[in-house]
Write a protein of this length. Structure first.
Length: 615
């Protein structure tokens, strides 16, 4: 659900404004209302650009930390604590890190160029350019040629004083020695060589590598000694941006003597905030929230739904006047993931891996990572249960093992392909109708009961058609009762879809709504077939890998089982990666497209971000 917000205006004398802002920041509850886009101000753009540079370099330093930790896994990597840092010191530190990265890049480019030259000149063997210079001083010119070996003429050795140096991949490398001023006329390509000898190039490569190692060593030391200081600098910039943004959103009244600031605060904290303002002599007034207000969004859900908030944020936050759909799509998403992955063995593996990471690496996990692992646990458990519908366990069927417990379970829960196909469609119909119910509820809450009647008419019509089709004895299709239900639904759809408007306009809008419903509803329901198709394709691939593991194993005592295990592990690892990705993306697509559309979800809200100290 969405936390209720209260809107306040604060009026403060200009000499007390800095003190007021400090106390407000210590309280850390007021989301400042934005009247001017901060990103459009030049000085704010500079801060954002500086933070972007800083984030880029921090990612590189953390990558270096991971590499150092992997080099010596027995000795944990200990980072130096953050030092007190000013903006000038932080900027200088950031500039030095960028300079090191740039110089390392230049050295890598230089090494690549030297290696290229070395590879080209090594084909001519070891020689010194000094010898060629001495020959030129003596009046002889040395020319380097290449040609296909089939075109090399041994007569050139007599006519042009040619000497074969090397032959590589049917290409002959040779030189000619002739008096200066008499160039050799030979049907071959004249080679262009680097200006340095092989020995000189190797020396240049060694020096470049030493320079690279020195720069990399300095950067690695900074990754250990200065990373947390850079993080402190990032926090400093973040606080500076927030402080300047508050000043930017402040409206100056009465000749700059009074400072007016508006903001949002969770309704549960408004009494505490009012008491703090009164005790310090500051004036504040609660304002009426209007439909035009961009009220910040803060979620407050139970432990289960809270895990799925990260999926909601991947799309967009709801508007303040809308329902938070997170607790409503969470159970569907869990089930859809399990059906798409569809293998109890894969689900058990996800559950055990996530549980093991939480158990043995709990202290090392970041606060952002823990809910992700909890979500993986839930999705793994869902897959474990949904896999029982087909009996799939790493591509094998547990219902073919002849175990009495599994045989009994098969009679109660096992479904064939036709039943799994129907289950996917039924789940689609249920979620779409549930979304339409939420749409009607949301419209009633936002605009009044009359604005939800049209959607209620569609829900009643669709439910009556479904009941008449499945249970004709209860509600005969187009019988008297069913005809009355259809007539009532038609009135709601065609005459009450836009309360207060011209009836002819309502009829036109109803016809347009009918066209959209007729063309879109069938496609929406059929989209849920992917729940069946993904689970089926994943199971087929898993069984194929099992067959390959057994069929390609040679009849050798040690090698045979080893190859079987290798094919099994690699094959199922690839299958798990592909299927987990699909099992996450496709339910998310069903949620964001089919469910959100039929729920009337608009979105576009901004996150609640109170003015506070970032530490």
């Amino acid at each position: 659900m969405i936390v209720k917000m209260s809107k306040y205006a604060f009026l403060v004398y200009h000499k007390e404004y800095e003190t007021f802002l400090n106390r407000m920041r210590d309280m850390g509850a007021v989301h400042v209302r934005e009247t001017q886009p901060a990103a459009e101000q030049p000085h704010m753009q500079q801060l954002l650009a500086e933070r972007k540079r800083l984030q880029t370099q921090l990612r590189l330093l953390k990558k270096i930390q991971e590499e150092k930790a992997n080099e010596d896994k027995k000795k944990p990597l200990t980072l130096a604590p953050a030092r007190p840092v000013t903006e000038e010191e932080g900027a200088a530190l950031l500039n030095r890190i960028e300079q090191l990265n740039e110089q390392i890049g230049e050295q890598h480019t230089l090494q690549q160029s030297i290696r290229k030259d070395l590879a080209a000149i090594s084909l001519w063997g070891e020689f010194e350019y000094g010898n060629i210079t001495r020959l030129q001083t003596a009046g002889y010119d040395v020319a380097f040629f290449t040609c296909p070996s089939s075109r090399y003429d041994t007569a050139w050795e007599d006519t042009h004083c040619a000497f074969v140096i090397n032959e590589v991949q049917s290409v002959t490398y040779f030189i000619t020695i002739a008096p200066c001023g008499t160039p050799a006329e030979i049907d071959a390509e004249r080679a262009k060589l680097p200006d340095s000898s092989p020995a000189r190039l190797r020396e240049q490569l060694r020096l470049a590598q030493e320079r690279t190692d020195a720069l990399s060593g300095e950067l690695a030391a900074m990754a250990v000694n200065d990373c947390r200081t850079l993080e402190a600098y990032d926090t400093l910039l973040s606080n500076d941006f927030a402080w300047k943004n508050v000043h930017l959103q402040t409206v100056r009244e009465a000749g700059d003597r009074l400072m007016l600031l508006e903001g949002w605060i969770p309704a549960a904290q408004e009494k505490e905030m009012e008491q703090a303002m009164d005790s310090n002599g500051y004036f504040c007034r609660k304002l009426k929230v209007t439909p035009e207000d961009d009220v910040p969004i803060q979620f407050r859900n139970n432990r289960f739904a809270r895990l799925f908030e990260l999926i909601s944020r991947l799309y967009m936050l709801p508007k303040y006047s809308e329902l938070d759909l997170t607790p409503f799509f969470a159970p569907f998403f869990m089930i859809f993931f399990g059906l798409c992955l569809g293998d109890s063995g894969y689900g058990l593996l996800l559950l055990l891996v996530a549980s093991g990471v939480k158990l043995f690496m709990n202290r090392k996990l970041s606060p952002q990572m823990r809910p992700v692992l909890s979500l993986v646990q839930i999705l793994g458990a869902s897959t474990l249960v949904c896999g029982l519908l087909t009996g799939a366990f790493f591509g094998a069927s547990i219902y073919d093992w002849g175990i009495p417990a599994f045989d009994a379970l098969k009679e109660k829960v096992a479904l064939d392909n036709n039943q799994m196909f129907m289950l996917a469609l039924i789940l689609g119909v249920v979620q779409i109708l549930f979304g339409m119910c939420l749409n009607a509820t949301n419209r009633i809450i936002r605009f009044g009961f009359a604005h939800g009647l049209s959607t209620i008419g569609w829900i009643v019509l669709l439910l009556s058609m479904g009941v008449s089709f499945l249970l004709p004895s209860v509600l005969p299709m187009f019988g008297t009762v069913h005809t009355i239900v259809i007539a009532v639904s038609g009135v709601l759809i065609f005459l009450l879809n836009s309360p207060g408007k011209n009836p002819l306009l309502n009829i036109g809008l109803g016809l347009w709504d009918t066209y959209n419903m007729a063309t879109g509803l069938l496609g929406d329901v059929l989209s849920y077939v992917r729940l069946f198709a993904l689970g089926l394709s994943g199971g087929i691939l898993a069984s194929v890998f099992n067959s390959l593991a057994v069929g390609m194993s040679p009849d050798i005592v040690v090698v045979g089982p080893l190859i079987t295990v290798l094919i099994f592990v690699i094959g199922h690892a690839v299958n798990i990666f592909m299927n987990v990705l699909g099992a996450f993306v496709h339910p998310m697509r069903l949620t964001f497209v089919e469910f959100f559309k039929n729920s009337g979800y608009e979105g576009g809200g901004s996150a609640y971000n109170p003015f506070k100290w970032n530490r």
